[in-house]
Design a protein around this ligand. Structure first.
Ligand SMILES: Cc1cc2nc3c(=O)[nH]c(=O)nc-3n(C[C@H](O)[C@H](O)[C@H](O)COP(=O)(O)O)c2cc1C
Length: 138
């Protein structure tokens, strides 16, 4: 799930989905406005991203829509990652998003940032840390 104003965060989310699908997972990129909180809460893993809003050098934060969406979720130990796209500095953006997600029961194991429409450094490692999709019984 992502919030994007001019497409950068959307591009980053879409690249992450391509990587997740290539690794054998089922994954979709949906805006926080369109996402269904119950469906997201039932996912095996989630990654939530926002563009960084602030005064460029101070008071950076995720968008209000992103934080509102996080507050609608309810997890029971689901592995999660937070990500943001930015230009100059992210400040406490990722820490605040992670804390909010953990308050909703997620286990935040990835914190990623990028300066363009690309997956942040560490995304591949986060993906590899996820449990493989359960195989059907033989
Ligand atoms: C109103 C506004 C405030 C911003 N504040 C910050 C900031 O405090 N720090 C920063 O690094 N980037 C800041 N940016 C840059 C965006 O976070 C960055 O360009 C982002 O990748 C845009 O994502 P999007 O294309 O998905 O909307 C700001 C952009 C806007 C429009």
């Amino acid at each position: 799930m992502y919030d994007s104003r001019t497409g950068t965060t959307k591009g980053a989310a879409e690249e992450m989905v391509r990587k997740a699908v290539a690794a054998g997972h089922e994954a979709t990129a949906v805006t926080v406005a369109a996402a269904n909180a119950a469906e997201v809460s039932a996912a095996d893993a989630v990654c939530i991203g926002s563009w960084v809003e602030g005064l460029f050098f101070i008071r950076q934060h995720a968008t209000a829509a992103t934080m509102r969406f996080i507050d609608e979720l309810a997890f029971d130990g689901t592995p999660a990652a937070v990500f943001c796209t930015y230009k100059t500095a992210v400040g406490k953006t990722l820490a605040t998003m992670a804390r909010a997600l953990e308050a909703r029961g997620a286990r935040v194991t990835g914190r990623l940032k990028s300066r363009g429409p690309i997956a942040g450094a560490g995304f591949d490692a986060w993906l590899e840390s996820l449990p493989a999709k359960a195989m059907p019984p033989t």
